[in-house]
Design a binder for this molecule. Sequence first.
Ligand code: AMP
Length: 282
Amino acid sequence: MKIIHQYAEMKREVALLRSQDKTIGFVPTMGAIHAGHISLVEQSASVSDVTIVSIFVNPTQFNNQEDFLKYPRIVEEDSLKLFASSCDILFLPSVADMYDNPDLITEPIDLGYLDTILEGAMRPGHYQGVVTIVEKLIRTVEPSNVFMGLKDYQQVKVVEYLVKTKELPTQIVGCHTLREPNGLAMSSRNMRLSEEGRSEAALIYQILQGIQENSMNHTVDQILTEAKMMMSAHPQFSLEYIEIRDATDLSEVSDVLTNDHSYVALIACWLEGVRLIDNVEF
Ligand code: AMP
């Protein structure tokens, strides 16, 4: 595995790979690498000649400064995990190289309602930060495919919208969520939970599974009331939102769900000062 720090060096490497007709798979991350990230790397490697992983804790996507400062930064440990995986190149750009680089100037795009619902509503500016850095990284790495986790469901929709709007020559591949044995979705933020917290956090997936099971024989209102009651029975949790949306475009759904549609239930909550998100499709 090669480690590249600088934009210019990455560009030279990409030009070489392209001249050899190699397909590039790309996995953008913010580090604190876990098995969920590795599953994206392996999916990329199974269909790409070369897999590039970036680690960049992107300052512009944090609406909360404390969250940014507390975000785990363990690049040495991460490199060892990636070294043991099918990652070929680890890209570790600096903030200056991404944000003060005249070759990487990007124009903001209007994300429409995707920016005002769910995560967009709770984290103002977050998705503008995400699309800015993802565009810069895609323009640097020039991947055929970008592998992204459906754990961040809305993020996948936002990046698909970015790629379509800016006509970036790449495909977004949404990959399923890896979970701990108790159902907790793997996340870099889980490191900040106590052992007890990690065990209690199994409730999130249990609630989502309950929604999945009840989806066809209850109204949305009944399903969400039940889900909220389940969470409020555990006062250590603080619920931010729980919603059911159309799985294709995250538009609103009617109170009665039908078999011929696909839906997604999305949740965000706090536990032990850590913000956790998860979702299930059905
Ligand atoms: P992050 O480092 O949290 O920005 O995540 C980098 C990529 O890994 C994103 O595309 C995430 O959606 C994805 N990811 C995070 N957690 C998981 C998981 N548990 N399973 C699969 N993919 C994940």
